[in-house]
Write a protein that binds this ligand. Structure first.
Ligand SMILES: Cc1cc2nc3c(=O)[nH]c(=O)nc-3n(C[C@H](O)[C@H](O)[C@H](O)COP(=O)(O)OP(=O)(O)OC[C@H]3O[C@@H](n4cnc5c(N)ncnc54)[C@H](O)[C@@H]3O)c2cc1C
Ligand SMILES: *[C@@H]1O[C@H](CO)[C@@H](O)[C@H](O)[C@H]1NC(C)=O
Length: 510
């Protein structure tokens, strides 16, 4: 059934994705050694123009971008067996926002993504209560007008769309290949061990995620540069997560009158537990909009390590917990298998917000670029992982023709990586029921900033208002504004507020 779905996905994608941009042929410089057999007992050398390592969203987008920029032989390597494997642990939804769409627009992929996703326009959340409050839709409080055009798309669907596009454009995608050996070749290129062959390339894109091997390789080759991730503290770092699988559509009980209500895959739901007091049992299951009525859905469960749900060691214990906390969910909603899978799944932990300072470098004569989680990783508080990655790829494409592409990419993306890590650190970290009081304090601060910004906007010219009282960082980020600019405004406003506080205090004392 899985293969069948993959087949349907591949067939329909052709029709969905806009025709590729016309390719400008270009032959990138080749390694000069004509030797295809590097020696006895060694593997065959395959000379290519670019190698992308990792086929997550960043890597697949980079493959598309390299083809678009005229690179001829582009190979992308991925250790997973298939582009769109459904991985329960990674079955989250991406919200491709304005920032990410700058790249998808540039390559004409936005329509294809829209066709597999659900628009954020008119986003509403239906609450399914465990008591007589019943079931009713609500509007989110923090809806951003700028996010109306954003698209919800499951990771697997986004990867399928991008892989299809990259293959269609002529990129050579190789799955089931785990890269562990990168080596600086004698002639200035980089050699990458890839099964029985060795790829020799003058251009490497490291898109292999937060624990990047490409980054390790660069750190080894260039010990003077800084490739060590810098970690920042965050209230959401280290939270435990697991995914609970549910059917695309299922019946729940409307506890107002006992009637049955059928959920739709395209709608978003939140399912609060019977425990409402802040304690180690209170929970909310969240389901985000998914277009494909065939794709299973997952409720992300993200809670501190002391939550009781993590104590469930068997499927039966998970079932017991669900029955007692979620009487609105009939047993059929979560299968016995899903309970069991949840119980035995290895829990994930959110990373600390982190960034690296060197994001591109030259090894010998080979140009190496890092994109995506390899240069910035953080908890998904602001949903920026995929959007930051696509912005990296857009910048990479824009500078590739540059004589000094490495320096240009470094100058553009290193500050951005640092800024987004800091913005996530402050943006919206208390969404996971970590601490009621801090959550409240954070909300008060947020409301205060919104009010100050609204007031400043009324009284002052726009530019000055933005300096004195910028909107909350989370808003500007979601609106697609430049990370570096947003962070600069926030820092300045924080300093101004501190100075003001000191002045007020001083007056009070004197
Ligand atoms: C629970 C959770 C929820 C999240 N929710 C969101 C969200 O709502 N919105 C959002 O934007 N982001 C979210 N993120 C973050 C998001 O997943 C990442 O930011 C995004 O996937 C980064 O893309 P990437 O391509 O850089 O890295 P990845 O998606 O990690 O892809 C890297 C790829 O490289 C492959 N690889 C790694 N090493 C090798 C190797 N040696 N050889 C071959 N292949 C290799 C891996 O198999 C993987 O496929 C979430 C993350 C988590 C953990
Ligand atoms: C739940 O039941 C109540 C009472 O009959 C009704 O008013 C409400 O609309 C129902 N909710 C849904 C989503 O059907």
């Amino acid at each position: 059934m899985h293969a069948m779905r993959a087949f349907v996905v591949v067939c329909t994608a052709h029709a969905l994705i806009a025709p590729p941009v016309r390719l400008r042929e270009r032959t990138a410089p080749r390694a000069t050694s004509g030797d295809y057999l590097a020696g006895l007992g060694q593997s065959t050398i395959e000379e290519v123009d670019a190698v992308v390592i990792g086929c997550g969203p960043a890597g697949l987008a980079a493959a598309v971008e390299l083809k678009r920029r005229g690179f001829d032989r582009v190979v992308a390597l991925e250790r997973r067996e298939a582009p769109d494997e459904f991985e329960v642990a990674k079955a989250y939804l991406y919200l491709v926002d304005r920032r990410g769409q700058r790249w998808t627009d540039a390559v004409g992929a936005t329509d294809g993504i829209r066709a597999r996703g659900v628009s954020n326009e008119g986003f509403s959340l239906t609450r399914i209560y465990p008591d007589e409050k019943g079931i009713f839709p609500t509007k989110p409080v923090l809806a951003r007008p700028g996010a109306a055009q954003a698209v919800w798309i499951p990771r697997a669907s986004l990867l399928a769309a991008l892989a299809e596009r990259a293959a269609h454009d002529g990129a050579d995608l190789r799955f089931g290949v785990s890269v562990d050996g990168l080596r600086a070749a004698d002639d200035g290129a980089v050699d990458i061990a890839c099964g029985a062959t060795t790829l020799r390339t003058p251009l490497v894109v490291g898109a292999d995620g937060a624990r990047s091997r490409v980054r390790d390789f660069l750190a080894k080759e260039l010990p003077a540069s800084s490739f060590e991730p810098r970690e920042l503290a965050s209230p959401s770092a280290g939270l435990t997560y697991k995914m609970l699988q549910v059917p695309p559509s299922f019946d729940v009980t409307n506890k107002t009158d006992g009637s049955s209500f059928t959920t739709r895959s395209r709608d978003a739901y939140t399912v609060p537990s019977r425990s409402t007091k802040p304690n180690t049992r209170r929970l909310r299951l969240g389901l985000l909009p998914s277009r494909d009525p065939e794709l299973p859905r997952t409720a992300n469960i993200i809670r501190p390590a002391n939550h009781e749900i993590w104590g469930c060691a068997t499927g039966a214990e998970v079932r017991e917990f669900l029955r007692s906390e979620f009487p609105q969910l009939p047993d059929a909603v979560v299968s016995d298998e899903a309970c069991e899978a949840f119980a035995i799944a290895e829990p994930g932990a959110f990373p600390s917000p982190q960034y690296v300072e060197t994001v591109a470098a030259t090894v010998g004569a080979a140009r190496c670029f890092l994109v995506g989680d390899a240069i910035h990783a953080f908890p998904p508080d602001l949903g920026q992982g995929v959007n930051a990655a696509l912005e990296d790829v857009k910048t990479l494409g824009d500078v590739l023709d540059d004589q000094n592409a490495v320096a240009a990419y470094q100058a553009a993306r290193a500050p951005a990586a640092k800024a987004i890590a800091h913005l996530v650190q402050r943006g919206f970290p208390y969404q996971y029921d970590q601490s009621v009081w801090r959550q409240r304090l954070f909300t008060v601060g947020l409301v205060g900033r919104v009010a100050a910004n609204a007031l400043a906007a009324k009284l002052l010219p726009e530019k000055i208002a933005k300096r004195v009282a910028p909107p909350p960082a989370a808003f500007s980020v979601i609106d697609g504004e430049d990370y570096v600019g947003v962070w600069k405004h926030i820092k300045r406003a924080t300093r101004a507020t501190a100075a003001l506080a000191v002045a007020v205090l001083a007056r009070a004392v004197i």
